[in-house]
Design a protein around this ligand. Structure first.
Ligand code: NAD
Ligand code: ZN
Length: 346
């Protein structure tokens, strides 16, 4: 194995990413070295590509980017004894500490000291990735590398969708981005009655209909109330999953929820946005913020669901060899794609 590798690096504080040669990372006693096979491009990577305000204040330069990956273990740290060379894996990209109250209570995903690979620490857009063995998630044979490479965002969808009991419930999802679409598939899989997904981008709604048995609604043209009446819903949606980060979508969700309805918020609004709290109070609505994935309960459940019929493959709309990464970012920037997967070879 050469001690150099290809990596996609935020090399300069300006828009773009650059393919560079970097040293293969060294691993500590509790880490593994992973040969990356496939990676997913995330909305976060687009922020980093664009070098927007958030990226400029968050991401150190230079940094190897990327956090959605699948690959194979090629080296074990001295103290790693529960994994093996050749093990196919994905992994949790949030690196956590051991000191906070929540971590010590076993709630790893709530660690305030969380650091993200590809955001704060060297990432997965590279031929090799060093990762704590703790973060590794082995992949069963039935889950191939391209699905393995989108488990991170599928995990966001699963974490959000499983925030509340959806069995027999009417679910409204605002935002048919890749995560909203996958959440819709999960909601169907776990037994929701009606799943309605909204967007203002028709391409995305068409994609949603190709991935899951859902009712797509273009809220720029269609009236959501009419649709829900047509579905014989009398008092509104029981559960809302907000996956757009758009203020108007949240307003519309609150408007269309039943009394005592529940909302899980994954979408990240660009800045402060005004909220009509009195409507939330008078409707007795519960709101839960959702960050990342539950470590490792979300991983366990999503792999179990994938092995038991959950099918999100159609959310992957584009695949490129990594040398064509610019095409991948272009199609993501167009706003009409689903997930875009880059192939790093084997
Ligand atoms: P995305 O940007 O691809 O999708 C958002 C969709 O919302 C777009 O298709 C957009 O057209 C749509 N939209 C805009 N206005 C709308 C409106 N008024 N009504 C309905 N839809 C509208 O995003 P994604 O990658 O699918 O991620 C979804 C959201 O989750 C984003 O806000 C992202 O930042 C956030 N996110 C949060 C976490 C977390 O840990 N909390 C993790 C990943 C992503
Ligand atoms: Zn991601």
């Amino acid at each position: 194995m050469s001690n150099e590798m290809k990596a996609l690096v935020k090399a300069k504080p300006e828009p773009g990413l650059w393919m560079q040669t970097a040293p293969v990372p060294e691993i500590g006693p509790d880490d593994v070295l992973i040969r990356v096979h496939k990676t997913g491009i995330c909305g976060t990577d687009i922020h980093i590509w664009n070098w927007d305000e958030w990226a400029a204040k968050t991401v150190p330069v230079p940094l190897i980017t990327g956090h959605e990956f699948a690959g194979e273990i090629v080296e074990l740290g001295r103290d790693v004894d529960d994994l093996h060379i050749g093990q196919r894996c994905s992994g949790e990209g949030h690196l956590i500490g051991q000191h906070s109250r929540q971590v010590r209570a076993g709630k790893f995903h709530l660690d305030p000291e969380t650091r993200g690979i590809g955001v704060d620490e060297p990432g997965a857009f590279a031929e090799y990735l060093a990762l704590p063995a703790f973060n590794v998630v082995p992949l069963p044979d039935g889950i191939d590398d391209e699905i393995g490479a989108i488990l991170d965002p599928l995990g966001n969808a699963v974490h959000t969708a499983l925030s509340f009991d959806l069995v027999g419930e009417d679910v409204l999802i605002t935002g048919a981005g890749p995560i909203g679409i996958m959440a819709a598939a999960v909601a169907r899989h776990v037994g929701a009655r009606h799943v309605v997904i909204t967007d203002i981008n028709q391409d995305r709604l068409d994609l949603a209909a190709r991935v899951a048995d859902v009712v797509p609604v273009n809220v720029a043209k269609q009236d959501l109330k009419e649709i829900s009446t047509g579905l014989k819903m009398k008092e509104g949606f029981d559960i809302g999953l907000e996956m757009s980060g758009n203020q108007r979508a949240l307003d519309q969700m609150i408007e269309n929820l039943v009394m005592g309805g529940r909302i899980a918020l994954l979408g990240i609004p660009p800045g402060k946005s005004p909220v009509d709290w009195s409507r939330i109070v008078f409707k007795a609505i519960t709101i839960k913020g959702v960050y990342g994935r539950e470590i490792f309960e979300t991983w366990y459940k999503m792999i179990a669901m994938l092995e038991n019929g959950l099918d999100v493959r159609n959310v992957i709309t584009h695949r490129f060899p990594v040398d064509h990464y610019r095409d991948g970012f272009d199609v993501m920037l167009s706003g009409t794609s689903g997930k875009v997967v880059l192939d790093w070879g084997e």
